[in-house]
Design a protein. Structure first.
Length: 162
């Protein structure tokens, strides 16, 4: 009797321990995961391109038309299109309002007046500037009351190591 029960018991035991956990039906979206508060959010290019840019007083500056990266892969500038006129805006000059959800709208604000914005040189798709020429970088950042990153680092190093 023991011989006939042992194979049946062994078969029952092995099935209960080797079955794969239940899987959701195909096409079911994965469960949402909670992201820790101290982790940075991922920003996708689709969220940036086409974003509406405003100035002080909620004046319209245009929409993001393109993104300029450095050789190191860092986002350096956004190109804002205002009725066919392109303006270079340093990434650091923007305060973002990241939209969430399927129908979210992402916007950003520049902390400059419309009068200052109108003094910034514009260009077209056939006359892009040389974005990384030092004089262009310095002047562009100055419109937004900023200093290019490498100049900020150099100044900080001088203060630390006179």
């Amino acid at each position: 009797m023991l011989i006939t029960i042992a194979p049946v018991a062994l078969a029952l035991m092995s099935n209960s321990f080797t079955q794969a956990p239940a899987q959701p039906p195909p096409g079911t979206p994965p469960a949402a995961q909670t992201q820790p508060a101290d982790m940075p959010n991922a920003v996708r290019a689709k969220q940036v391109l086409g974003a509406k840019i405003t100035l002080q007083g909620n004046a319209e500056a245009g929409v993001v038309d393109d993104i300029v990266f450095s050789d190191a892969g860092q986002v350096e500038y956004l190109i804002v299109n205002n009725n066919g006129k392109l303006v270079t805006v340093p990434w650091a000059a923007l305060n973002w309002n990241w939209g969430t959800g399927a129908q979210a709208v992402t916007t950003a604000t520049l902390n400059i007046t419309p009068q200052v914005y109108q003094t910034i040189p514009t260009y077209t798709v056939t006359t892009y500037p040389q974005f990384f020429v030092p004089a262009y970088r310095t002047q562009t950042y100055r419109y937004y009351n900023l200093t290019p990153g490498e100049l900020r680092r150099a100044a900080r190093d001088l203060r630390r190591n006179p």
